[in-house]
Design a binder for this molecule. Structure first.
Ligand code: PLP
Length: 383
């Protein structure tokens, strides 16, 4: 059966150069980077090179990169570590459409007594800047994602950072879904903390990084040895980290060069699907959206039913974040946009990758409208 993968926001295929670079780390380069002998020093050099590569993909300094077990851990470290270090006056301000990794961490911090403000977004998914700024006092951590995983909406991170700093706060941005889709330079963004994950950009799963601007208050959340400059204890996942470094050096630039072509393909598919399917709506802004993401609602069609029907037809998509899949809950992201409550379970996310072809898009266009009408007829028949 022909298979089309349009779930790149969930994860992406490992880049061949990444796989090749990781293999020696599972063989002869097995040393512990903290060991003093030659085996350890060889591993240390591989770790240092990977750190340089990740830093350079962001325009950061190597000592500003803390390797973690992924985006989720980096978000946890940013929020818990910064709020702890900010001390008694700390508070957290965030948006209503953050990924679960920030959202659930904020809930956990609130349960521990930290003041947390969740700011609304507009119908495109752009955070209400006035609401954010009204809540910021000295000692506030603001956490606003660079791009939303379901909608692709880009947030005005650089503008927020300037305003937050002017009020004495600091800014974290979860950039897992923006990295490799738009150019990110920490100097231009002005962020204090920034989260990355390797597996969304052709790297392996289980590795990510937190960028920590020099001087940013951050208390470790995981204690043990002195790894990662005392910010994250534990022997480093060297194969994963090396893979992440190569993804930053090879796959991220490739993705950035492919971005305009991916956006054009996404836009064509979007227009064709809207023309072919009655009662279909696109969510997220037409501009200021990452190039690969298309979020639709299809009136009267449960998203999960459609995901399963598409899977049987060889097309892999999702209703939204893989971290929320299977929960059968209405989408909190669509709810925050003010989408009609009846449509909150009918979300469908198509996320293209650099490998997606025009033929893949044509296959989706050939299959999806027919499935939608079959499901609608089935529902009518039951009614
Ligand atoms: N943040 C965002 C915006 C994401 O999309 C994801 C993954 O879906 C994560 C964080 C979590 O990253 P990881 O899978 O590396 O834990």
């Amino acid at each position: 059966m022909r298979r089309v993968y349009l779930d790149h926001n969930a994860t992406s295929p490992v880049h061949p150069a990444v796989r090749e670079a990781m293999m020696p780390l599972l063989g002869e380069t097995f040393g512990n980077p903290s060991s003093l002998h030659a085996f350890g020093q060889r591993a240390r050099r591989a770790l240092d090179l990977a750190r340089q590569r990740v830093a350079s993909a962001l325009g950061a300094e190597p000592d500003e990169i803390v390797f973690t077990s992924g985006g989720t851990e980096a978000d946890n470290l940013a929020l818990k570590g910064a709020c702890r270090a900010l001390g008694p006056g700390a508070q957290l301000v965030t948006s209503a459409i953050e990924h679960q990794a920030v959202r659930s961490t904020a809930t956990a911090l609130a349960a521990d007594g930290l003041p947390v403000t969740t700011c609304p977004v507009d119908a495109r998914g752009v955070v209400d800047r006035e609401a954010v700024l009204a809540a910021v006092t000295p000692g506030t951590l603001v956490s606003v994602m660079a791009a939303n995983n379901d909608l692709g909406t880009l947030q005005p991170v650089a503008e927020l950072a300037a305003d937050v700093h002017a009020r004495g706060g600091i800014l974290h941005s979860d950039a897992v879904q923006a990295f490799g889709k738009v150019l990110l330079r920490v100097g231009d963004l002005g962020v204090d903390l920034l989260t990355l994950s390797a597996h969304k950009v052709g790297g392996p799963k289980g590795v990510g990084a937190l960028y920590v601007k020099r001087g940013t208050p951050l208390a470790a959340r995981q204690h043990g040895g002195h790894h990662e400059r005392h910010r994250r204890a534990g022997t480093e996942n060297l194969p994963g980290i090396v893979g992440f470094g190569v993804a930053c050096e090879v796959a991220v630039p490739e993705r950035l060069s492919a971005a305009a072509g991916i956006a054009a393909r996404r836009d064509r598919l979007e227009a064709e699907l809207l023309a072919a399917i009655p009662d279909a709506a696109v969510h997220g802004p037409p501009a200021d959206r990452v190039p690969n993401t298309l979020c639709l609602t299809l009136g009267g069609v449960p998203g999960e039913t459609l995901v399963m029907a598409l899977d049987l037809a060889g097309i892999a998509v999702s209703t939204g974040s893989a971290c929320s899949a299977g929960l059968d809950e209405p989408s909190y992201v669509l709810a925050a946009l003010g989408v009609d409550p009846e449509r909150l379970r009918s979300g469908l996310r198509l996320s293209l990758g650099p490998e997606t072809t025009d033929d893949d898009a044509a296959h989706v266009l050939a299959v999806l409208p027919g499935l939608v009408s079959q499901i609608r007829q089935g529902a009518d028949g039951l009614g």
